[in-house]
Design a protein around this ligand. Structure first.
Ligand code: FES
Ligand SMILES: [Fe+2]
Length: 444
């Protein structure tokens, strides 16, 4: 769903569109702003592609996206990762039409040009029809200017001037480390398939909600009522009076934020207050029968979510034990990918229990959120004369304060999350970044 009143090109300033306490509706609805986001944000800053465990073996490949740009990520026979465009160097056809699998090469279905799994052109049918000038050209598949992995999380950018990935992650890295630790370490994480769903809304509706501790008792009322009625409270009930809870919201710089639920969720026992899921009693009995008493709590709690909503701008959301990837399609369309994770060191019982807890929120709660994302977008489109979106909650209460590490810490219902990521959004949108892809041969 796109805007019936597109923004006149060049008229309003970024400072007018993004203010301290409100943002203009057109940043969600205008196709020309969306097009600029695809360059200035989804190509010019680090964008999450996939987790290395999705390519466990040599020859594995998956498609991935930097916004609307489609890429292929491969692991070659020497186990090195490669990232290249899904766009034939001949006349532009996609060379890969499968979501993933195993391949030593990719043959373009149109005229049969062949590329190896490093994206290097090695076969052209009827090659004698091409001359010396053609041979001098770089015709390998286009590669982003930078690719880097942080402890298994693979990111790329087309911006050769983007700072190193670790610098970009900055104060988010220690939280990511803690999330990884909850999974038993970087090499222990196995990312599996995903629930994928299409949303009729701008991608930022999803990002807005990822750091929103305000909506829970209202949007998820049926879930909380059911939990209360059947089990007398438990998981997420601490959101009912969120500002008085021990949870905290942190703005971590570069648009990254986190809601840290752990002080409430893990205060006593996260396992004890986890909302019941199928198989819980059998699993607990299995753990108590097979694990030493001193270790039982640790094992039970490894079936429970990591207790944080860690939002790495612009497209990586870690929620519980899951990895969510936001894929913008157009100003009014988004695909969400919810990847479950398993632990390499866990037995089937633990990984099965983890799967039950990871199914729980997407089934019982995510649909509440998805409905709101789409209705927010519809509201913005259907009444364009009402122009502004308010993001001022706790802006004037003085409760968002810098801590000794330079992070801004606020109450969990603060709209600090939106104000923080929009500051980064505005900085990127106002810039004129260099974008570069290389088609040259990879040095061996
Ligand atoms: S477009 Fe790929 S071989 Fe012609
Ligand atoms: Fe929600």
């Amino acid at each position: 769903m796109n805007d019936p009143l597109p923004l006149a090109a060049g008229s309003p300033s970024w400072d007018w569109l993004i203010q301290d306490d409100r943002v203009h509706r057109t940043i969600y609805t205008d196709p020309s702003i969306f097009a600029r986001e695809m360059n200035n944000i989804f190509a010019a800053t680090w964008v999450y592609l996939l987790h290395e465990s999705e390519l466990p073996e040599p020859g594995d490949f998956r498609r991935a996206w930097m916004g609307t740009r489609e890429l292929i990520v491969t692991r070659d026979e020497a186990r090195a990762l490669h990232v290249f465009a899904n766009r034939c160097s001949h006349r532009g056809a996609t060379v890969c039409r499968e979501p993933g699998g195993k391949a030593s090469s990719f043959t373009c279905p149109y005229h049969g040009w062949k590329y190896d799994n490093r994206g290097q052109l090695f076969g052209i049918p009827g090659k004698t029809a091409y001359g010396a000038e053609f041979k001098a050209r770089d015709m390998h598949l286009a590669r982003p200017a930078q690719v880097a992995s942080y402890k298994g999380f693979v990111f790329a950018t087309l911006n050769p001037d983007a700072p190193p990935l670790e610098t970009h992650l900055g104060a988010a890295a220690p939280f990511l480390d803690e999330w990884i630790e909850h999974q038993g370490g970087a090499d222990n994480i196995m990312v599996g398939g995903a629930q994928r769903f299409h949303l009729e809304c701008n991608w930022k509706m999803v990002f807005d909600n990822a750091g929103d501790g305000y909506h829970v008792p209202f949007s998820h009322q049926s879930l909380l009522q059911m939990t209360n009625a059947r089990y007398g409270g438990g998981d997420m009930s601490y959101f009912a009076d969120a500002d008085r809870s021990r949870m905290k919201l942190y703005a971590l710089g570069n648009g990254h934020t986190v809601i840290d639920q752990r002080p409430d969720m893990y205060g006593n026992s996260a396992w004890e207050q986890q909302r019941p899921q199928p198989g819980r009693e059998v699993f607990e009995a299995h753990v108590r029968a097979t694990v030493a008493d001193a270790d039982a709590k640790r094992v039970l709690e490894s079936a429970v979510g990591a207790g944080m909503n860690l939002n790495i701008f612009p497209n990586l959301l870690l929620i519980g034990n899951q990895i969510q990837v936001v894929q913008p399609l157009n100003a009014g369309g988004t695909t969400m990918h919810w990847h479950a994770t398993r632990r390499r060191d866990a037995d089937d019982a633990l990984n099965t229990m983890r799967m039950r807890t990871q199914e729980d929120f997407p089934i019982m709660g995510e649909m509440d959120d998805a409905g709101n994302f789409e209705e927010c977008h519809r509201g913005l489109v259907n009444f364009p004369e009402d122009e502004w979106i308010d993001i001022s909650r706790h802006h004037e209460t003085g409760q968002d304060v810098a801590d000794e590490e330079g992070r801004i810490v606020g109450p969990v219902t603060s709209e600090l999350h939106l104000r923080a990521y929009y500051a980064q959004w505005k900085r990127l949108m106002a810039a004129e970044p260099t974008l570069r892809a290389s088609k040259s041969r990879i040095a061996r």
